[in-house]
Design a protein around this ligand. Structure first.
Ligand code: RFL
Ligand code: PHB
Length: 389
């Protein structure tokens, strides 16, 4: 089998890239380890920046997002019992859209099925070959049958645990990592959100986040210990712990109900450099991870895809290799800005088990600065809505 671009992974990065290339007449195949239903069952991102909105439109998959997505003009931070509002529109002229990763993935899957571009789900033992030469190949097994795909380029969009990054010899790649001493316990429920804006909560018991997917579906998170067992968190315990971290107004408005999903995610900052190895290109979580506090993971995947799709389009349409040659440095410059912002938001809002009194005072001073200074609030808002390209 032969294609122009072999894409590993059908998460948002792989699906978006595949759709953008297809619309420019560039052949591609997507190879995914899981079933479509499994991919759609992972509850992840909820907040998207303009870059992701624009790319979904370009991919021809933005129609439902515009109909159902919720435009958010600002966000709220509840710190030690007092609520503050960061007005994105006033401070930056921009807004974000609340539209779940599940819905984005579904829209992209449907767009791909409608145009007949090939995706192979439930592939096993994907392996990458000869990407340091001119004729890379990808091998996989499906239903016991081995297949080899010859291609011009491989796009590794297979997330943090994927095979692409691991296929690079260790002396060609450098990784940077910070693992945080806590995780997020998330709960999804068909209950109306407690507020029409997200509320980021700093509390001595630990961070919490009130988010949403729609006017009738809420997403809540609690900072938890990494040793936490999900079975030790029946819904009632989750709701009572959340209530303790909220203010009076939110406590009064909170509507609780049966969870439809509950999971624990560890928090990590991670970057692999470079993001290109000959004819293999990494994009999205395969190359970098941010803690979710800044809502940047999916948006970074989209910004990588913006650079990478343009690089391939320039290569095939105008025989230019400039985009390919600069892909890694361009993507990484944006990645490190998002890494810094996500680390900063995480550090400012969470309770760190090892923090001394001094660290806690600094954390409080940092927050006070954001609440009192328009310049500091603007810096937060500018990064939250997405830095300009
Ligand atoms: P994904 O989504 O992990 O997709 C990778 C795909 O590759 C497949 N795969 C393989 N396929 C073939 N062969 C192999 N060997 C393979 N190994 C893996 C996997 O099955 C999968 O389908 O990566 P991608 O596309 O780069 O997308 C990244 C985003 O999913 C991620 O950054 C965000 O979800 C992060 N994130 C958030 N991002 C935001 O922008 N805004 C948010 O509000 C936000 N909230 C979140 C988040 C992530 C969270 N968790 C669970 C880590 C909230 C949470 C709780
Ligand atoms: C979510 O709705 O899942 C969400 C929103 C904002 C974040 C992280 C997660 O910062």
């Amino acid at each position: 089998m032969r294609t122009q671009v072999a894409i590993i992974g059908a998460g948002p990065a792989g699906l978006l890239l595949g759709q953008l290339l297809h619309r420019h007449g560039i052949d591609n195949i997507i190879l995914e380890r899981q079933t479509p239903d499994y991919v759609l069952s992972r509850i992840r991102a909820g907040v998207i920046e303009q870059v992701a909105v624009d790319l979904l439109d370009e991919a021809g998959a933005g129609e439902r997002m515009h109909r159902e997505g919720l435009v958010h003009d600002g966000t709220q931070i509840l710190a030690d019992g007092v609520r503050h509002r960061i007005d994105f529109r006033e401070l930056t002229g921009k807004t974000v859209l609340v539209y779940g990763q599940t819905e984005i993935t579904r829209d992209l899957m449907e767009a791909r099925a409608a145009c007949g571009a090939p995706s192979v789900y439930e592939v096993e033992d994907v392996s990458l070959h000869d990407f340091d030469g001119h004729k890379p190949r990808v091998r996989y097994r499906k239903d016991g049958r081995e297949t080899e795909v010859e291609c011009d380029f491989i796009a590794g969009c297979d997330g943090f645990h994927g095979v692409s990054r691991k296929s690079v010899p260790s002396d060609h790649i450098k990784t940077y990592e910070r693992v945080y001493p806590f995780g997020w316990l998330g709960l999804l429920s068909d209950t109306p959100p407690v507020s029409d804006e997200l509320i980021y909560v700093r509390h001595s018991l630990g961070f919490a986040l009130c988010s949403m997917r729609s006017p009738t579906r809420s997403r809540y998170y609690l900072q938890c210990s990494l040793a936490e067992d999900i079975d030790a968190w029946p819904d009632d315990r989750f709701w009572s712990e959340l209530r303790m971290r909220l203010d009076r107004d939110a406590r009064d408005k909170l509507v609780t109900g049966r969870s439809i999903e509950k999971s624990i995610a560890p928090l990590r900052s991670f970057v692999a450099e470079p993001m290109r190895f000959g004819r293999l290109f990494l994009a999205g979580d395969a190359a970098h991870i941010v803690p979710p506090t800044g809502a940047k993971g999916l948006n970074l995947a989209a910004s990588d895809v913006r650079y990478l799709s343009q690089a391939f389009i320039d290569f095939y349409m105008s025989k230019s290799t400039a985009g390919i040659d600069h892909y890694s440095s361009r993507a990484l410059a944006r990645v490190w800005q998002a890494e810094r912002f996500s680390w900063w938001m995480t550090t400012m809002l969470h309770t760190f088990p090892e923090n001394s009194g001094f660290d806690q005072k600094l954390q409080r001073a940092e927050l006070d600065y954001v609440f009192r200074s328009k310049v500091a609030a603007t810096a937060l808002a500018e990064q939250y809505v997405g830095l300009p390209f």
